[in-house]
Design a protein around this ligand. Structure first.
Ligand code: FUC
Length: 762
């Protein structure tokens, strides 16, 4: 039996190694990360909207990164590519870029706690993050006193809560101060620590306040607050800014203090116990839907030792770490993406720096998409609205980019005529290409994101949400692509041009990445329009264009082509990297659906392509490969990729690294583990489609399949012994069950809201 899903250590974390040693809590809006310091603790505090960049007084000409009228150059590039004048193409590409200050996600502050603890040997030290209870704890004994420190982040109350206790009255004493702040406006009054100000770069207003409650004494000295003679202290912290996810100003007129004051007051009124109860109920309602068991024995080990034992091939450690990592991905998404918040960024919500890698932004040439891969199959659709709302907010600035770079114009007659975005986006509507063409151009990135949101309907069947939120975003994206595609005589198909295979290149006409993503979008859009019985004209156009996209081609070597032109003698292969981390031509295998078992020639080419690329890579790329291999049905190979990720790209706090820490790998691998156990992208739902020998016995509860099905399964020796299907919406269930060495296909009519079928196999 599992010991529960707890990441723990028997020693303090190194406060200089944040990305490796901290343990995070979050509620979508706010994040905090702790080290379990005995005498001095550093709590890194984040508020997700606190960004530099965007429109402001200092930057009156902010234009979402767009340069004007660049569509003229784009046209020229199209022409020169068609003429085969690659030299001229290279001269023109620097025009296909954005410009200006992108901004960056910022640290709100560090709260430093200096504890007055007795001298003596520290005993029974343990710091932990209990994923099942969404609770951080640190406890130890020293000088005969037991100290505990706990923390959680409540979504309903929108606060971070901390509790400190000493087993003996009067033995709790500590001071709290803030460091790495954006202003000196830090004060304490009546047991409340106040920190407010303006972000220097853009004047964004922020307000943070922490209410301290204790049975001891509180002393105030400017920004420093000291607690003495106590046995318990509780701190409720919240923060807010005047950011508003609304083009073009991105600011509200709300004083952030009007948000924070009632929040901390309400939290203090409720008190620790009630607040935690409310938090746990909210969290468990999502988290508890899914459980996973991968064997009979589980190792009860600190995470650093667990990781070491994993690397040494200890089977119980392996089962433990794999289930822990799976649930950690779910914990991290619930903690960093909730309705009302910005979506999970490159580090979720956690960030210790004002200059984080890649600005800790919204990268959309794989990363943001990957963040949400596990949202549906691991039963957490509630984490997706931040993504949907964010994409919705990118439409207005995305129209400006469509006009300047593609000459696709929205006007009064047609105000929603097409939006687009490129490799990186900010909360201030940066939708322009990056400032360097070679990573910054990615016209099909939005088509890719449309898969993320369309699948909301596939998994939940929520037609209202489809109609009101998702469909308008998809529709306008489809309108963009229908105007952007051109017919290429030589290739005899409709193409996106120029295209650049993400961060790999070279600039070509109609690469597989773009063609396949647009194809999947068109397919999904037709289904969406059909479900809503709308848009016949646009559907006719899309139906006509769809077969002309022709994305997949197998090259001379038997690999799936990344570039249509790659077998041609004048193809510039000088920059092609055999082991490049992006495998952008396999979008159709995963997360897309068009390379599948019904097209064996494409499946074989995709497998050959993956073999050619090799298994080693950075964290997120390994996570991607787990999902890709899972789709091939090769459980052993998929498992090898999972092992590689855990052995080579995982810090002891179980955060994935690229290098540096990047949370997409956590999310991608968690989704991939589910993809090994359940797939629903083909006609029949498949149970245990990529089961490795190492998981020959196990069970799961609550994984989701397209069509609105929630599935529980138990298997022994690799074979299903029982499976149960709950039908959210009713309708036909088509499912394959592996049993007695063969596969049975079953079709059953299910009824809405019923545990429709119990499937023991004979
Ligand atoms: C992708 C990767 C980069 C990095 C960036 C944030 O585009 O290719 O290596 O991970 O995202």
């Amino acid at each position: 039996m599992s010991n529960g899903n707890v990441i723990y250590f028997d020693h303090e974390g190194d406060q200089a190694l944040w990305e490796q040693h901290c343990l995070p809590i979050g509620n979508g809006y706010l994040g905090a990360s702790m080290f379990g310091g005995i005498r001095s603790e550093r709590i890194v505090i984040n508020e997700k909207t606190l960004w530099a960049g965007g429109p402001c007084e200092n930057r009156p000409n902010y234009y979402g990164g767009n340069n004007r009228d660049r569509y003229k150059y784009v046209k020229q590039v199209q022409e020169e590519l068609k003429n085969g004048s690659y030299e001229k193409v290279l001269e023109l590409l620097p025009q296909l870029t954005g410009d200006g200050d992108f901004g960056s996600y910022l640290l709100l502050c560090d709260m430093v706690l200096d504890f007055n603890v007795p001298n003596g040997e520290v005993k029974n030290y343990r710091r932990s993050l209990d994923l099942d209870r969404s609770l951080y704890s640190c406890e130890f004994d020293i000088g005969g006193v037991k100290y505990t420190r706990q923390a959680f982040a409540s979504y309903p109350a929108r606060v971070l809560a901390f509790r400190f206790t000493a087993s003996e009255k009067g033995k709790l004493a500590f001071s709290a101060r803030l460091e790495k702040t954006h202003s000196d406006n830090i004060n304490s009054e009546d047991g409340i620590m106040l920190y407010s100000g303006l972000v220097q770069d853009n004047g964004m207003r922020f307000d943070m306040r922490g209410v301290f409650k204790t049975d001891g004494d509180i002393l105030i000295n400017g920004g420093k607050l000291t607690i003495t003679n106590a046995s318990e202290a509780v701190v409720y912290i919240t923060a807010a800014t005047d950011y508003e996810m609304k083009y073009p100003t991105y600011r509200s007129n709300t004083d952030p203090a009007t948000i924070t004051i009632p929040l901390v007051e309400a939290a203090s009124r409720l008190g620790w116990d009630e607040l935690y109860k409310e938090h746990l109920a909210d969290y468990s309602a999502i988290y508890n839907r899914v459980s996973l068991e991968l064997g009979n024995d589980y190792a009860d080990m600190p995470s650093d030792k667990l990781l070491e034992a994993y690397r040494n091939g200890d089977r119980t450690a392996m089962n433990s770490l794999e289930t822990l990592y799976f649930q950690y991905g779910r914990y991290l998404l619930i903690s960093s993406s909730r309705e009302g918040s910005l979506p999970a960024n490159l580090q979720g919500v956690w960030n210790e720096s004002n200059t984080p890698p890649w600005c800790c932004d919204y990268h959309i040439n794989v990363n943001l998409q990957m963040n949400y891969w596990g949202a549906y199959n691991t039963n957490m659709a509630e984490t997706v609205p931040p993504l949907v709302d964010f994409l919705d907010s990118l439409r207005a600035p995305g129209r400006v980019t469509a006009k300047e770079y593609y000459n696709i114009v929205s006007d009064e007659a047609d105000p929603e005529n097409g939006w687009t975005a490129h490799t990186q986006c900010s909360p201030f509507g940066w939708t322009a290409p990056g400032w360097d063409f070679y990573w910054g151009w990615s016209t099909a990135a939005v088509a890719w994101l449309m898969q993320n949101i369309w699948e909301h309907y596939e998994f939940t069947g929520d037609k209202k949400y489809l109609a009101e939120k998702i469909y308008p975003i998809m529709r306008e994206s489809v309108k963009f692509y229908t105007q952007w595609l051109i017919f290429d005589e030589k290739q005899n198909r409709l193409v996106s041009s120029p295209t650049y295979s993400p961060e790999h290149g070279p600039a070509t006409i109609g690469n597989t990445y773009e063609q396949s993503l647009i194809e999947q979008l068109f397919i999904d859009f037709l289904k969406a329009a059909e479900a809503l019985n709308t848009d016949p004209e646009l559907c006719t156009k899309v139906r006509d264009m769809l077969p002309k996209l022709d994305p997949y081609h197998v090259g001379k070597t038997g690999l799936l082509k990344e570039w249509f032109e790659e077998d041609e003698p004048d193809f510039d292969s000088s920059k092609v990297q055999k082991n490049h981390r992006h495998i952008s031509h396999l979008m159709g295998l995963y997360p897309g659906k068009q390379i599948n078992n019904s097209r064996p020639e494409l499946m074989d080419a995709a497998i050959a392509t993956m073999n050619d690329r090799g298994d080693e890579s950075t964290g997120w790329a390994r996570a991607y490969k787990i999902n890709l291999w899972a789709r091939t049905g090769d459980g052993e190979r998929t498992y090898k990729l999972l092992r590689g990720l855990l052995e080579s790209c995982t810090f002891v706090n179980l955060w994935d690294f690229h290098h540096p820490f990047q949370i997409d790998g956590n999310f991608g691998a968690s989704a991939g583990i589910a993809e090994m156990l359940l797939q629903s992208h083909e006609e029949y739902i498949r149970l245990l489609p990529a089961l490795p020998e190492a998981w020959k016995n196990g069970s799961f509860k609550g994984l989701c399949a397209r069509g609105g099905f929630v599935i529980n399964a138990i298997w022994e020796n690799g074979e299903i012994v029982s499976a149960e299907v709950f039908s959210k919406n009713g309708g036909e269930l088509k499912i394959e069950l592996p049993a007695n060495g063969t596969v049975k296909r079953i079709i059953i009519n299910t009824f809405k809201g019923e545990n429709a079928v119990l499937l023991p196999t004979e």
